[in-house]
Design a protein around this ligand. Structure first.
Ligand code: MOS
Length: 752
C-alpha cells in the first residue's frame, strides 16, 4: 500500500480503558523476530516427516501403488495406505451432524477428486519422504471427471450454508416484476477459489498410549478435539491441541481437515512423533474451497426507482460425497427493501474436494452479483448508483420485518462518498480520463455481514498482588484477536494491560468457540467480560461486607473497577485497592468464570448485521484493456471498535480480497483430468502491493445496544463484501462494458 491512513481512534479514551485504543499486536515482536513458533516449527525428539501422495485423477480407483519401492528407499520408516492404516472408531464418511464433513483418511481405494491423499510416506527426513512418495508411481482405473457447473444434472439442495432454507419467498415476485416500469435480468459467474493462507495446513502429532498432543493451526480448538476424539474413540480431554499462532485461516482451519488427521494416523502407525505439512499445491483439494457460482438476478423497479421485486437464484457445486452449498443468495434477504423477494438454489455434484467456508462464505460471491445487478438497475432507471441505493436500502429486515439492532449504513454511504469525492460523478460511462489517457471509472458497492455469536467460556483470576490472569482457548489467526481480547480482559478486571497475564491458543484452556463467522471477538470477548465481572462482583462483596473498608455498605451496583481499585460510584473519593482488600481479608486469589453467547430474546426481536459502503476507482487502458483498481474507500459500521488499528487492518484485508475477487483470483480446472492447473502462488493470482495502490477504511461510529453488552459486531469478513461489486461497477463506468464473469480480465473488455 502506497498510502495508509492515520489510525483514527473510534472513541475518546476513557481513563483506565484499554478498549478503543489502537494498540499494536501483542505478539507482533515475536512474529517479526521469528520467535513465534508456528506448528511446523516444532521438532519433538525422535520426530519423523510424513509426506502425502495425492491422486492425479479426479474419479476412479487406485489400482496399484509401488509400496515396495517406496519402502526400500533409504530413510523410509513406513508407508501408510488403506492396507495398513490404523483403524478408526468412526467411519470418516459418517456424518452425524451438518458440521461433520467427510474426510479422506485412506478408507479405501476410491478416488473422489484430484489431489485426494492416497498414501502417506513416513521417513527420517523430509527429503527421503518426498523422494519415496514419488516412487509410489500410482496407477489408476480412471473414470471421466465431472468438472464445471454444466457437467452434471442439477438438483435443489435441501439447505444451503449452515442449515438455511434453499428457497425463500416473500411476496409475489412475478407480480412485482410484471408491475415494474424497469426490469433487468442478468447472470453472473464467480469462479472456484482455493485457500491460500501463508501457512499451509501443518501438524506435529505425538501419541503417548491413548493420549495425543498436537501442534496444529486451528480456528476452533474444541471442535477439532471433538472430531479427533470421535475418530479415535478417546476422551476429548486426552487430546491437547496447541495452536498459538496461525498464518491465516480464512475458514480453511475452522474444522480439522483430512491431512491433519492423516498426520495423527501416521504418528499412530509408527509410534513416533510425526510432522506433516501440506505443500502449496496440496492445498488445492482436501482443505475446502469457495465453490463456483452462477447467479441470476431479476429485479423490477417502479417509475420512481423503488424496487418492486428481487429474485436471486444461484447455481453452485458441491462434491460427489458431501454437502456444502455456498449460500450466495442470502445477501439478498437483508440489504434492499422490496415488497417481493425470492431466493432459490440449485447445485451439481462434481469430482472435486468438498467446498467449504471461505472468508464471507455466501456473502462474498452473493454480493458481487447483487451489487452488480443493483448497479445495472440504477443505470436502467437513470439514477446515480448512490441515490438508487439510498432510495432502496432496507430500513428493517425485509423478509422478517424485524428492525435492525442498529444500522449506520446511511452514515457509511455519506462518509465514504465524502471521502472518496463521489459527488459530481457523471452518470454515463467513458466520461473520465486521467492525464495519461486511461479511462477512469467510479463504482459503489454496499457491504453487509451478519453479527453472529457462537458459544465461549473464559476464566479470570485476580491475585493478591493486584495482578490478573485471563485464560481462554481463543485462536489468533493473525487478525489480532489476542490483542483485542486482552484489551477486553484488562477492562473487565479494571487493570492496565501490563498487570494482566493473558493465556490463549491451547485446548486445555476454556473453550472459546470458533474464530469464524466474524463472531470471535464478540463471543470470546463477552466470555472474558463475564469472567472479569464475576471476579469483581466477588471482590466487591468482600469489601462491602467489611466494616474496615471504605466501600462498606456500598451496594454491588454502586462500585466501579478501575486502575486496580474498587471505587464507589456515588463518591469516587472513596475507594480501595484490590491488594488492600485481598490482603486484609486474607484471600490469596479470586477466580471468576464467564460465558459468551447470543441472547436469544434479542435475536428474536432484532436483525443483526454490520454494514458498510465501498467506493472504488479503476483505470482501464482503452487499447489494451488492462485494469487497475487505483483507489478504494470503505466506510464500515460494526458496533463497538475494540482496537481501531486491528479493525482497520481487517477491513483492508477484506477489501484487498475484494480486489482479488474482482480482478485476479480463480482456480482453473482441467476438465479432462479434474486437476487445478494453477495450484501455485505464481499462477493463482492474488493482488500484490502494486495492485492496491490506495486504500482507506473509515470506522463509522455505531453503538448497538442489542448485539451483546459490549456492543461488538464482527469485522473479519464484511470488507470482502461490497468491494468486488464496487470494482465491477467502476469497470463498467470506465468502459461501458458490463462484465458478468469474474474475475474481470482484459480480454473481456477488448473482446466486447
Ligand atoms: Mo470464516 S470463513 O468463518 O473463518
Amino acid at each position: 500500500m502506497a498510502e495508509t491512513q492515520q489510525i483514527v481512534i473510534a472513541s475518546p479514551r476513557r481513563h483506565g480503558s484499554s478498549i478503543g485504543q489502537p494498540l499494536t499486536r501483542r505478539d507482533g515482536l515475536l512474529k517479526v523476530t521469528g520467535e513465534a513458533r508456528y506448528a511446523a516449527d516444532n521438532h519433538p525428539r525422535g520426530m519423523l516427516h510424513a509426506v502425502l501422495a495425492v491422486s492425479s485423477i479426479a474419479r476412479g480407483r487406485v489400482s496399484f501403488l509401488d509400496v515396495a519401492a517406496a519402502r526400500a528407499h533409504p530413510g523410509v520408516v513406513d508407508v501408510m495406505t488403506p492396507a495398513n492404516r490404523p483403524p478408526l472408531a468412526l467411519d470418516p464418511d459418517a456424518k452425524l451432524h451438518p458440521f461433520m464433513f467427510r474426510l479422506d483418511l485412506l478408507q479405501n481405494d476410491r478416488v473422489r477428486y484430484a489431489g485426494q491423499p492416497i498414501a502417506v510416506v513416513i521417513a527420517e527426513t523430509l527429503e527421503a519422504a518426498t523422494e519415496a512418495a514419488a516412487l509410489l508411481s500410482p496407477r489408476y482405473d480412471a473414470e471421466p471427471a465431472r468438472i464445471g457447473l454444466d457437467s452434471a444434472d442439477s438438483f435443489i439442495p435441501s439447505t444451503i450454508g449452515v442449515g438455511s432454507p434453499s428457497e425463500v419467498q416473500h411476496g409475489d415476485v412475478e407480480a412485482g416484476l410484471a408491475a415494474a416500469e424497469y426490469r433487468i435480468e442478468a447472470t453472473y459467474e464467480t469462479p472456484a477459489q482455493y485457500h491460500n493462507p501463508m501457512e499451509p495446513h501443518a501438524i506435529v502429532a505425538e501419541w503417548d498410549s491413548d493420549r495425543l498432543t498436537v501442534d496444529t493451526p486451528s480456528q476452533g480448538l474444541a471442535w477439532a478435539q471433538e472430531r479427533i476424539a470421535g475418530l479415535f474413540d478417546i476422551p476429548q480431554d486426552n487430546i491437547h491441541i496447541r495452536s498459538p499462532f496461525l498464518g491465516g485461516g480464512f475458514g480453511s482451519k475452522g474444522l480439522i481437515s483430512g491431512p491433519q488427521v492423516l498426520g495423527i494416523l501416521a504418528a499412530r502407525l509408527v509410534g513416533r512423533p510425526v510432522k506433516l505439512v501440506l505443500r502449496r499445491d496440496q492445498m488445492y483439494g482436501p482443505v475446502g474451497h469457495r465453490a463456483p457460482t452462477r447467479q441470476t438476478l431479476r429485479l423490477g423497479a417502479d417509475r420512481q426507482g423503488a424496487l418492486t421485486a428481487i429474485h436471486h437464484h444461484m447455481g453452485t457445486a458441491t462434491s460427489t460425497f458431501d454437502d456444502f452449498f455456498e449460500p450466495s443468495v442470502q445477501v439478498s434477504h437483508a440489504l434492499y427493501a422490496s415488497p417481493a423477494i425470492a431466493t432459490s438454489a440449485e447445485a451439481v455434484r462434481l469430482d472435486t474436494g468438498t467446498p467449504l467456508f471461505m472468508r464471507a462464505p455466501g456473502e462474498a460471491s452473493g454480493s458481487v452479483a447483487l451489487e452488480s445487478a443493483i448497479d445495472e438497475m440504477a443505470i436502467a432507471v437513470g439514477m446515480d448508483p448512490l441515490d438508487f441505493r439510498l432510495r432502496n436500502y432496507a430500513e428493517a429486515e425485509p423478509i422478517s420485518g424485524k428492525p435492525f439492532s442498529s444500522k449506520a449504513l446511511r452514515e457509511c454511504y455519506a462518509q465514504g462518498a465524502a471521502r472518496f469525492g463521489w459527488a459530481g460523478r457523471p452518470l454515463a460511462p467513458r466520461q473520465m480520463r486521467d492525464e495519461n489517457g486511461l479511462l477512469v471509472g467510479w463504482g459503489l458497492g454496499t457491504a453487509i455481514f451478519p453479527a453472529i455469536m457462537f458459544q465461549g467460556k473464559a476464566r479470570a483470576v485476580l491475585h493478591a498482588d493486584g495482578t490478573g490472569l485471563v485464560e481462554i482457548g481463543a485462536e489468533d489467526m493473525g487478525q489480532g484477536a489476542w490483542t483485542a481480547l486482552a484489551q477486553i480482559a484488562a477492562d473487565s478486571l479494571g487493570l492496565e494491560l501490563e498487570q494482566l497475564e493473558f493465556r490463549a491458543g491451547s485446548s486445555d484452556l476454556p473453550d472459546a468457540g470458533i474464530a469464524g463467522g466474524s463472531g470471535h471477538t464478540a463471543t470470546a470477548g463477552m466470555a472474558i467480560h463475564g469472567a472479569g465481572a464475576d471476579v469483581i462482583a466477588k471482590l466487591a462483596e468482600l469489601a462491602m461486607g467489611d466494616a474496615r473498608s471504605p466501600l462498606f455498605g456500598a451496594d454491588n451496583a454502586g462500585v466501579l473497577a478501575r486502575g486496580g481499585r474498587l471505587i464507589r460510584r456515588d463518591d469516587e473519593s472513596r475507594s480501595e485497592s484490590y491488594t488492600d482488600i485481598l490482603t486484609r481479608t486474607g484471600v490469596a486469589e479470586i477466580e471468576g468464570r464467564g460465558s459468551g453467547a447470543a441472547d436469544p430474546a434479542a435475536q428474536d426481536a432484532y436483525s443483526m448485521h454490520a454494514h458498510g459502503a465501498v467506493f472504488a476507482e479503476v483505470k482501464v487502458d482503452p487499447d489494451l484493456g488492462q485494469i487497475r483498481a487505483t483507489r478504494l474507500v470503505g466506510a464500515f459500521a460494526a458496533g463497538t471498535i475494540i482496537n481501531p488499528r486491528m479493525v482497520q487492518s481487517q477491513y483492508y484485508g477484506g477489501m484487498i480480497w475484494g480486489v482479488s475477487f474482482a480482478l485476479h483470483e480463480q482456480a482453473v480446472l482441467d476438465h479432462r483430468s479434474g486437476r487445478v492447473m494453477n495450484s501455485n502462488l505464481a499462477e493463482y493470482h492474488v493482488p500484490v502491493n502494486v495492485d492496491v495502490p490506495s486504500l482507506e477504511a473509515i470506522l463509522v461510529d455505531e453503538s448497538d445496544p442489542y448485539v451483546n453488552a459490549l456492543g461488538i459486531k464482527g469485522v473479519g469478513e464484511i470488507g470482502v463484501t461490497g468491494t468486488a461489486g464496487a470494482i465491477a461497477n467502476a469497470v463498467w463506468h470506465a468502459t461501458g462494458v458490463r462484465v458478468r464473469r469474474f474475475p474481470i480480465t482484459l480480454e473481456q473488455l477488448i473482446g466486447g
